[in-house]
Write a protein that binds this ligand. Structure first.
Ligand code: 13P
Ligand code: SF4
Length: 351
């Protein structure tokens, strides 16, 4: 994302995010943010820190970051840059994934220690029991898992490639049971999209993201009523995902205009689509990123409730605190990191 000059922050934040975060960007608060951003940039340079921010972060964090993106894309970016220090603005599992990939050569810090409801839905003992019951079974874990769960897994997947990873695992392990965890909505959409998976061989864990689970059928129908010409960009974690997929498959109007996409997939789709208007079926922060990257098109949040309070625990003030005091360093125990890295690498080798 091209950096926005700080003198434009007030107008741009109010123009592109005023409806997302009503009342947040007053003149007084925005000028405080501009001051803090100056100190953040100075310290980041002095400490040779690379700041990265997830698509769901507040606009000011997206603007001070060297790179904005999805969780896996950011980890891969960090690995390529080879910086001695990273300040990762996202949730804890993202910091852990970055640390797992970069290893000892890079220190990873975070402004806070935000959780994630998908990660919290996982019971490690339950995963171990499944592995004991199915000793030749295959465990596929979504990237939204802690390092310990990744270490128990054969493959990691993201919302971009879940169907492809399922296809690969099923093709290379014919007849074996697969445990897909933790998101049941992403799991069922991926099974429907897969070309080879026998759904009766897949055990879906029953976790979900509380932010996306709330995006149900009614929210979609109301959004289509408000914006009848818009395309729908929908994250497969949404509670309405299976219903929406069924309608897409039946060719129901207006669902021919629905596209299941990861957060980065939303950017690429919106750039290349002939449509001018889009409903964004994911967390609010993504709407700011889309409006900034593609100002000539119009983006509507699917619902004003689509806010992840974990993501929003990170603030520019806390990022400054992290750079000043090296407060929260992400560490992953070596044996766990080695096993988790094997599962991530197996995913990365699938094209
Ligand atoms: P991405 O992997 O698309 O960045 O999604 C992360 C996330 O938390 C989705 O809710
Ligand atoms: Fe986790 Fe959901 Fe927040 Fe994403 S939006 S970080 S899955 S709680």
């Amino acid at each position: 994302m091209q950096r926005l000059p700080v003198e434009n922050w007030y107008d741009t934040f109010n123009g592109a995010a005023g409806d997302l975060y009503p009342g947040r960007y007053t003149r007084e608060y925005t000028s405080l943010l501009v001051d803090i951003a100056g100190r953040v940039r100075e310290l980041a340079e002095c400490k040779q820190s690379l700041i990265v921010a997830h698509n769901y972060q507040f606009p000011e964090l997206q603007e001070v970051a060297a790179e904005v993106g999805d969780s896996l894309g950011l980890s891969r970016y960090v690995a390529r840059q080879d910086s001695p220090r990273v300040d990762f603005c996202g949730v804890w599992f993202m910091g852990e994934t970055a640390k797992t990939i970069v290893g000892a050569k890079t220190k990873v810090y975070m402004p806070d220690k935000p959780g994630c409801s998908l990660v919290e839905s996982i019971d490690h003992a339950r995963v171990r029991r499944w592995k004991q019951a199915c000793p030749d079974g295959i465990v596929i874990s979504y990237v939204n898992t802690d390092a310990a769960t990744k270490a128990l897994s054969d493959y990691i997947c993201t919302s971009r490639n879940a169907a492809r990873v399922l296809d690969h695992a099923a093709t290379n392990n014919p007849g074996k049971r697969i445990l897909f965890l933790p998101d049941k909505f992403l799991g069922s959409v991926s099974i429907a999209q897969s070309e080879v998976v026998d759904g009766s061989l897949v055990d879906l864990y029953d976790g979900c993201c509380h932010v996306h689970a709330k995006i149900g059928e009614t929210a979609l129908e109301e959004a289509f009523d408000r914006h009848p010409h818009a395309e729908l960009l929908i994250h497969p974690e949404c509670g309405c995902a299976s219903h929406c997929m069924a309608k897409v498959m039946q060719g129901n109007s207006p669902y021919q205009k629905a596209f299941f996409l990861s957060t980065e997939g939303m950017i690429r789709h919106a750039e290349s689509s002939p449509a001018r208007e889009f409903i964004v079926g994911t967390e609010m922060g993504m709407v700011y990123r889309l409006r900034r990257e593609i100002p000539e098109k119009v983006f509507h949040p699917v619902s004003p409730d689509a806010v992840c309070e974990y993501m929003k625990m990170n603030t520019l003030e806390k990022l400054l605190g992290s750079l000043e005091n090296d407060r929260i360093e992400v560490t992953v125990e070596a044996d766990t990191a080695d096993k988790a890295r094997t599962a991530i690498d197996r995913m990365l080798s699938i094209h």
